[in-house]
Design a protein around this ligand. Structure first.
Ligand SMILES: NC(=O)c1ccc[n+]([C@@H]2O[C@H](COP(=O)([O-])OP(=O)(O)OC[C@H]3O[C@@H](n4cnc5c(N)ncnc54)[C@H](O)[C@@H]3O)[C@@H](O)[C@H]2O)c1
Length: 345
């Protein structure tokens, strides 16, 4: 077996290193040529995951064709806005029997497409049952530290999903399976927007009541959008839903929460982003989610408020005041009315 990992940010590096430590040969595609050299010379990715030694059986390269050559599994871990250009470079380089594991979390601005919509568009000849999606509560640094971690592998084909599950399984990395690709993907994307929201209320000085309210009402918005996009409601009670939502909305390592904290404390988005070399997916996803909510006429006041704060310079305190004074009705009314909790079919 030989694994190609595309993307050497913190998550790509943590996963590639974990697979290499398992003894698998890993080739890591690095966007920045200089960083590929640094990783090969020093055996550390000092730009995105400093302090964690990378084993000899992991080779870094900026040459995507060389990385994909002879790969028996491809693991894609770029930020979601980079998937189209990166997958575009892979055209014709991945044989039709190779599973592709997508680990990016996000929704495309302008199209509202999930990664599971974009993947078949970029690889039209590739059998779709070979596409799988890895998601769940997992900070890269804690995976590098080998803290017990549980994630979910979503896909439609049992055999393919099981193969990916066993490839990633380690004594500390638990890989559950799930057939609900839409649910797993919607959860992974929306939690980043909601983490910005929880950061904002914390930055404004509000406490645990406010945070718990936002997480729970945010989950309701996640279920409403997810069900509209074809997800099963029960998925949101799982690792890619509630699990990742709790992690990202409360964890100190969450970049999206940090963006929110700084916004709540009065910094501008530009000031915040200028100080980050990493990607906070929620900033872009907030726009994509806003577009989707408008398109499907879904009432999602928290996602809407995050969008207004980021893209319309609405003062955070004003947005929270408006949210707190909204008209109140049946707690889970929209879901019950539209029978959104019923399984498909
Ligand atoms: N960091 C985590 O703990 C974590 C955990 C789970 C999922 N994810 C998801 O994994 C994906 C990657 O996140 P990350 O944290 O590894 O990224 P990161 O912020 O650590 O690094 C950004 C990466 O994007 C690359 N990049 C920037 N512009 C690019 C372009 N135009 N084309 C190709 N590559 C480009 C950079 O080289 C770098 O490797 C995201 O979708 C994120 O939501 C991250």
């Amino acid at each position: 077996m030989s694994i190609a990992v595309l993307g050497a940010g913190s998550w790509g590096t943590a996963l590639a290193r974990m697979l290499a430590r398992k003894g698998l040969p890993v080739n890591l595609w690095v966007y920045e040529e200089e960083l590929a050299q640094i990783i090969n010379d020093t055996h550390v990715n000092s730009w995105y995951l400093d302090g964690y030694e990378i084993p000899d059986n992991l080779t870094a390269s900026n040459d995507i064709a060389a990385v994909l050559k002879d790969a028996t599994m491809v693991v894609s871990v770029t930020p979601s806005h980079a998937v189209r250009p990166v997958w575009g470079q892979c055209a014709g380089l991945i044989p039709p029997d190779v599973p592709i594991v997508c680990c990016s979390k996000g929704i495309e601005i302008g199209t509202g497409k999930l990664m599971s919509d974009i993947l078949p568009e970029c690889f039209p000849e590739h059998p779709t049952h070979l596409f799988t999606y890895l998601s769940g509560p997992s900070f890269a640094k804690e995976v590098a530290e080998e803290h017990p971690t549980a994630v979910v592998i979503a896909g439609v084909n049992d055999e393919v999903v099981a193969k990916v599950q066993h490839t990633f399984r380690t004594p500390f990395f638990m890989t559950f399976t799930n057939h609900d690709v839409r649910g797993v993907e919607t959860g992974g994307a929306l939690k980043n927007v909601l983490a910005i929201g929880t950061g904002i209320v914390e930055g404004l000085g509000f406490g645990h009541n406010t945070r718990a309210a936002l997480i729970t009402r945010g989950l309701y918005e996640m279920i409403k959008l997810g069900r509209t996009l074809g997800a099963d409601a029960i998925t949101f009670a799982g690792l890619a839903g509630m699990g990742d939502l709790v992690l990202t909305c409360t964890g100190g390592l969450s970049r999206n929460r940090q963006v929110g904290l700084a916004l709540g404390e009065g910094k501008t988005l530009q000031e915040i982003l200028d100080q980050m070399n990493m990607v906070a997916e929620g900033v872009k996803t907030a726009k994509a989610v806003h577009e989707l909510m408008l398109k499907h006429k879904i009432n999602a006041p928290i996602c809407h408020a995050v969008y207004q704060i980021i893209y319309e310079n609405k003062p955070p305190a004003e947005a929270v005041k408006e949210l707190s004074s909204m008209e109140l009705n049946e707690e889970l009314g929209a879901i019950q009315e539209k029978q959104l909790l019923q399984p498909e079919g």
